[in-house]
Design a protein around this ligand. Structure first.
Ligand code: FRU
Length: 486
């Protein structure tokens, strides 16, 4: 069904009262609903927002359009958890119901301040001529989960030289002040990041654009500045990044820049390393991270991409969020690995042996974890979501002699955005064993190479017959298979 602009931006109260119930029932029939990933109750999920720890619990919000699988009038939906694995539905948290966010409560962040959780987000407004206006807004959530919007914008006006593409505020504490990091576009159509400073979360002073001296495409979305160990990690989504700067195939990349320090005096990053891809798979975007009170730096991303089409659109829902990952810097390199709590999903264990040149075959529920160490000088393939003959599958070919892996999603009844490439490759250490841990959940797969030194995320939509796992190699090794269930 084609959605008109009128339908996408219809106000929430104008939908029939039983519409969501009806949609929820339809969605139950979808073959691709997930088990242990956060997915929308109905409609579409995109960016994670307000990821935080407050009042003894983990809190997470996400961009939601509940009425269908399209990018319509966005709100924040709220889930909370005691273990980062089991998430309780808390419902709609921030609705697009004020003059400053009438056409969308856009992305932002959460920070505990005193007895409350401070939420910062962008209000998206379209005027009569459908011209965009962006406001940086605030709200407070109390310990009963009651949210009150702050009436007046924290930042009402974009600064000189910046277009209305000015959004996704991240609030962090910095020494005796707070900083707000905002993604933006210059009037010369270059991506940029702005930093504001405040002592009281009320008055915000513009510190200007963050000096990085790197290509940031035509617009930066969802920037996150993190103080991690003794380094600075900047996460960002530079739309339209030049493919010569960084070879990527997704419509827009999710990238990171590691630096030695942030200097507020010059609003700059010290010794920024060249931008890198955060994920080398197909469908990860808008990753958000924060430093938890237990000292861990935790991240979560959107498994989906803007402007792309996915088969669940027909089923009335779309996308999910990634596993929660812990970010670490080891020997100057970023590692992203599922949090230790992820092991709580394991229900049963089976050890499988891959004999040299003999495929291991297993019928699965498409809801499992695999861990293996592939010996050096080995070539082979791991086929996930495979049909009985192995003709259809999401397949990972590996060669530990040259240290290359390649993820291939061509063999499917549901091709996903083939114009953006149907294979992804990454390079790991040559002549070395390869540690691989992967998570399959009905229509998504997350792969972690060498303990998170490289990651690949992929959506994949199998037929009901594609339930097998095949693993082959020309050397013997062991597979640890865990059935997972929330
Ligand atoms: C990124 C993004 C953000 C925006 C939000 C709207 O996916 O475009 O920049 O705030 O999604 O849903």
């Amino acid at each position: 069904m084609e959605w008109t602009q009128e339908q996408r931006y219809r106000s929430y109260q104008d939908w029939p009262a039983d519409y969501l119930e009806h949609l929820k029932n339809t969605i139950q029939a979808s073959n691709w609903r997930l088990n242990y990933h956060i997915q929308p109750v109905t409609g579409l999920v995109n960016d994670p927002n307000g990821f935080s720890f407050f009042n003894g619990e983990w809190h997470l919000f996400y961009q939601a359009f509940p009425f269908g699988a399209v990018h319509g009038l966005k709100s924040w939906y709220h889930v909370s958890s005691s273990d980062l694995i089991h998430w309780e539905e808390k419902g709609l948290a921030l609705a697009p119901d004020s003059v400053y966010d009438a056409q969308g409560v856009y992305s932002g962040s959460g920070l505990p301040v005193g007895e409350k959780l401070f939420l910062a987000y962008t209000g998206n407004v379209r005027d009569q001529a459908w011209e965009r206006h962006s406001y940086q807004l605030g709200a407070w959530m109390d310990t009963d989960g009651v949210i009150e919007k702050i009436e007046e914008p924290l930042i009402k006006q974009m600064p000189e030289g910046i277009t209305a593409h000015f959004r996704d505020p991240q609030i962090i504490r910095y020494k005796e002040t707070y900083l707000m990091i905002i993604g933006a576009q210059t009037t010369g159509e270059k991506g940029t990041i702005l930093v504001y400073e405040s002592y009281d979360l009320k008055k915000w002073r513009n510190l200007g654009t963050l000096a990085i001296s790197q290509d940031l495409g035509f617009m930066v979305e969802c920037p996150n500045l993190l103080f991690i160990e003794d380094k600075i990690l900047l996460l960002l989504c530079p739309q339209g990044l030049n493919q010569k700067t960084l070879p990527y195939q997704n419509v827009y990349p999710n990238t990171y820049i590691l630096a030695d320090a942030y200097k507020k005096e010059t609003n700059s990053l010290e010794n920024p390393a060249p931008q890198q891809l955060l994920d080398e798979g197909f469908d990860l975007y808008a990753t958000q991270a924060f430093t938890a009170p237990d000292g861990r730096c935790l991240s979560i991303g959107w498994i989906g991409l803007p402007e792309m089409s996915y088969p669940t659109f027909e089923d009335g829902w779309a996308h999910c969020l990634s596993l929660v990952k812990e970010l670490k810097i080891i020997d100057g390199q970023l590692l992203q690995y599922p949090v230790a709590e992820t092991k709580e999903l394991r229900r049963s264990y089976e050890q499988l042996i891959v004999e040299s040149n003999e495929a291991v075959t297993k019928e699965t529920t498409n809801c499992y974890e695999l861990e293996m160490v592939i010996p050096k000088n080995t070539q082979g393939v791991v086929q996930l979501f495979a049909d009985e003959k192995g003709e259809q599958s999401l397949s990972l070919t590996y060669d530990t002699t040259v240290g290359k892996v390649r993820l291939d999603r061509r063999k499917t009844d549901e091709p996903l955005n083939p114009a953006f490439g149907e294979t992804r490759e990454t390079v790991l250490e040559e002549n070395s064993p390869l540690h691989l841990r992967l998570f399959v959940d009905h229509s998504t797969c997350e792969l972690f190479f060498n303990h998170g030194l490289k990651t690949m995320t992929a959506a994949y939509y199998p037929t009901p017959q594609q339930l097998n796992l095949f693993v082959r190699g020309n050397r013997k090794f062991q597979l640890d298979y865990y059935l997972l269930e929330k």
